[in-house]
Write a protein that binds this ligand. Structure first.
Ligand code: SAH
Length: 345
């Protein structure tokens, strides 16, 4: 069955022609799926019964099923575990901020980037998600929580740029003015730094924010925690960020997870500031979330604060990120991992 949420309006028109349906129906179906949030063809009451049956024979419009929801008693953050139609599982997170609701979606089931502090990669990559599955996380959460989402980050499981075509399609679909119409300015794509893909992505002309997971001030330290650093030097990643800024005029964000004794010294901060000098950017500092399979520990508060001060003193904007949902398997992939483990036991 084809995943109907993955089709753009033009693609839908072509699909409908093959079913002998009128092209204008594409707009109606698109509206049902992306504006009204329909989860089945029987809801599409302005289509004839015959058309609805034709569609149901060809396409899948069902929602993702929710396997588990954990709600933080600290800040109300909700973590969703979705079951995909083929039995794979993914996580998404709903966070509430002053400016609205933000959702963190997965772009792949699992991940093959191998970052040593990250739980999503422990079992490798299961498969890429379709654009429709990325949308279905958002629609499923909106329906379940009864909220409208205004911001999206791709910081769930997976490396978005390793699933390039579906990611690009997802951005087009979710920001389509005739669809869910979420502003591209409110979308953040987070990557571990796939240099060629970052450059290609800059050329797409999206107004999204690019967040790059740096986590180190130099190649030696980066290679200890991120295998991708063997393929791309930190300077080539930063050059690609410069290119992204030149092309889009959008300030780049860097993610820097602080690991005790690995990347959190004042000297590390100074080196990082030197590397980023002259680039229009912002550094988000995140105390690492310890994953039980790994021995990394989070930095102590005073080291985090002096790291941030050192960056600021050297002209680099930095924020210590407020942590959300610490009590509900906060770190990426932990909830899914727990389920995978219990399923195989
Ligand atoms: N593949 C994308 C998205 C990954 S998740 C990327 O690499 O950017 C989003 C962020 O969380 C990344 O910066 C990732 O490095 C970070 N992250 C993963 N596990 C973490 C952990 N245990 N503690 C803190 N940050 C973590």
């Amino acid at each position: 069955m084809k995943d109907i949420r993955s089709f753009t309006k033009d693609e839908l028109k072509a699909e409908l022609a093959a079913l002998d349906m009128k092209p204008f129906r594409a707009g109606q179906i698109f509206d049902w799926l992306h504006v009204k949030g329909a989860t089945g063809f029987d809801e599409m009451t302005n289509l004839s019964l015959v058309d609805r049956e034709k569609l149901a024979g060809e396409f899948d419009a069902s929602p993702l099923s929710i396997r588990d929801v954990q709600i933080s008693s600290i800040d109300g953050t909700r973590k969703y575990l979705f079951l995909l139609h083929d039995g794979n599982m993914i996580e998404s997170v709903l966070m509430s901020y002053k400016h609205g609701y933000s959702v963190c979606i997965s772009t792949q089931a699992g991940c093959r980037m191998g970052c040593r502090f990250c739980a999503s990669t422990l079992n490798g990559l299961a498969r890429n998600l379709t654009a429709g599955e990325m949308l279905s996380q958002i629609y499923g959460i909106e329906r379940h929580a009864g909220v409208k989402i205004s911001n999206i980050v791709t910081m769930g499981s997976g490396e978005p740029l390793d699933n390039y075509d579906e990611l690009v399609k997802f951005i087009r679909l979710v920001s389509d003015p005739d669809g869910r119409n979420i502003s591209q300015r409110n979308i953040t794509v987070s990557t571990c730094g796939l240099v060629e893909k970052m450059r290609r992505f800059a050329d797409e002309g999206f107004a999204v924010t690019l967040a790059v997971s740096l986590h180190a001030p130099n190649d030696d330290i980066r290679r200890q925690t991120m295998p991708i650093a063997n393929a791309y030097s930190i300077d080539s990643v930063i050059d690609a960020c410069r290119y992204f800024f030149e092309k889009t005029g959008r300030r780049v964000s860097f993610e820097y997870s602080l690991i005790k004794g690995v990347n959190d010294s004042r000297q590390n901060a100074l080196e990082l500031a030197g590397r980023l000098k002259g680039l229009n950017c912002h550094v988000n500092l995140i105390p690492i979330n310890p994953v039980k399979e790994r021995s990394y520990e989070r930095s102590v508060r005073s080291d985090i604060e002096s790291f941030a001060k050192m960056l600021e003193k050297n002209g680099i904007n930095a924020t210590i990120r407020r942590e959300m949902g610490r009590d509900i398997d906060g770190a990426c992939g932990q909830l899914r991992k727990r389920y995978l483990d219990s399923d195989t036991q």
